[in-house]
Design a protein around this ligand. Structure first.
Ligand code: MN
Ligand code: MN
Length: 461
């Protein structure tokens, strides 16, 4: 054996995924990414993603799961959790006593939620006050086009969905920033302090209604909301309205190899899970797809992954076979499908390049997330990593390894720890992202497509 053969046989040699893609695969990848982009344009909030998922699932033959239902292999069911999260399953040939193959992603993304009493007028400009949701760099949200999305439950008991700022004929919304000419003091502040939380006030209008009295601009804005949606000011109390970046998912780069959009984290994995679930026939084990809410604020709440809603769904499935839920969990596997930080040469000092995911190297498998000494991580076992590696290799999926930046640089978490707490073997994997949590995030088409193939391989493992 010469030195080259030796090197090839025993050293790892990660390669750009494009070196391994056939023309046919590239065509499939591009078609997949067009479908994904359409989903992104239709689903900017967890509610919109859930509506989309229910509609597409029904088209694909999924039925609402109800207690006492008779289920046989190949049957397709779903549970809509309060319009903000959805759980879907394709029943497997084997008993649930053998466990389920689960993919878990989240469909909430960082954004600016309206406060309960948001609308006010100052200096004859109308604004809404917001409270940020999830981890954002606040300065990034000023001077970019914004849209209003959400649902209002009105006093009369009706509810109405709101979207302003997405149609080409809609107005957009915006947060102002200070001109550089007068920013001598602001420019001395840290990035965290340059724009603070209470400055994330969104401009809603400036034309006063004709007449006498206070707040004629605010009254004008409220009148327009009332005419379009039937809401009155006190209805903000029973509303979930949120400010998100306006605009569509766009191809990025002259070669169109990347996608820029709001909220790739984590709808890029949610879509991968969903489309691959729809393509299953009768899997060996029951395949479960989770689109969770509230991951960005700690997976709390009734629609987050810490909620018993997941147990309820799985127990209804297990009841149809007389299987104990704990038995099912003990034999289940979960791919916690969430994004990782792609290596960014502009910020090379924040990562260990040898252990970081990078764009176009495929779906990124992550043994552990967490902070400092792996605090908060699920930290998958060697055997769990082997299970994923083998499944992906057998399915010809291009994959790579990910870690969450340089040791002691920061950290993060996913739903992995909460799935593992349920006695379910869990591994993190997902799409590497540039500018994560920014108003526009960047992913590569190749990594998106490989994540879909990875989810399929896990369902079929
Ligand atoms: Mn995420
Ligand atoms: Mn996130």
């Amino acid at each position: 054996m010469n030195i080259d053969q030796l090197r090839e046989s025993i050293l790892a040699a990660p390669k750009n995924g494009y070196t391994k893609m056939s023309e046919e695969q590239k065509n499939e990848m591009n078609a997949y990414c067009r479908r994904y982009a359409a989903f992104m344009d239709a689903a900017k909030t967890e509610r919109e993603a859930t509506v989309w998922a229910v509609r597409e699932a029904e088209k694909q033959g999924f039925k609402p799961l109800v207690p006492g239902m008779d289920l046989k292999p190949g049957d397709r069911v779903y549970m809509n959790n309060r319009g903000k999260s959805i759980l879907l399953a394709v029943m497997g040939a084997q008993s649930l006593a053998e466990g389920a193959n689960i993919c878990a992603a989240h469909v909430d993304s960082p954004r600016l939620d309206l406060k309960p009493n948001p609308l006010y007028e100052d200096s004859e400009i109308a604004y809404v006050k917001t409270h940020y949701y999830g981890g954002i760099k606040k300065y990034q949200w000023a001077t970019v086009p914004l849209a209003l999305h959400g649902t209002v439950c009105c006093k009369d008991g009706s509810s109405v969905d709101v979207i302003i700022g997405e149609d080409d004929n809609d107005p957009i919304l915006m947060i102002s920033d200070l001109l550089p000419h007068l920013a001598a003091d602001q420019m001395k502040k840290t990035l965290a302090e340059g724009i603070v939380g209470e400055q994330l006030n969104v401009i809603m209008g400036s034309e006063p209604l004709e007449g006498e009295g206070a707040d004629l601009v605010k009254l004008h804005v409220m009148k327009l909301l009332n005419e379009k949606y039937g809401m009155i000011e006190s209805d903000f109390v029973s509303a979930e309205l949120t400010i998100v970046p306006a605009g569509r998912c766009r191809e990025l780069g002259l070669d169109r190899s990347l996608l820029a959009a709001y909220g790739h984290d984590d709808r890029v994995c949610a879509y991968a899970e969903m489309e691959s679930l729809f393509e299953l026939g009768t899997p060996n084990k029951t395949a479960v797809c989770i689109l969770a809410d509230k991951e960005e604020i700690g997976s709390v709440g009734v629609t987050g992954m810490l909620s018993q809603a997941f147990e309820y769904f799985m127990e209804l499935l297990c009841d149809t076979q007389g299987v104990k839920l704990t038995t099912c969990f003990a034999h289940s596997f979960c791919l916690s499908a969430d994004v990782s930080n792609a290596y960014d040469p502009n910020f090379a000092e924040t990562c260990d390049k040898r252990n970081n995911s990078q764009v176009n190297y495929g779906v990124a498998i992550c043994k552990y997330t967490g902070a400092r000494g792996k605090s908060g991580a699920s930290d998958a076992s060697a055997e769990a990593m082997s299970h994923v590696r083998t499944a992906l290799n057998n399915a010809g999926v291009i994959w790579q390894i990910a870690t969450m930046g340089k040791v002691d640089q920061g950290g993060g978490g996913t739903v992995a720890a909460y799935m593992a707490n349920r006695n379910i073997t869990t591994v993190d994997a997902g799409v590497p992202v540039l500018s994560m949590h920014a108003p526009m995030e960047i992913v590569s088409k190749l990594d998106c497509y490989m994540t879909k193939l990875a989810c399929k391989a896990i369902y079929e493992a």
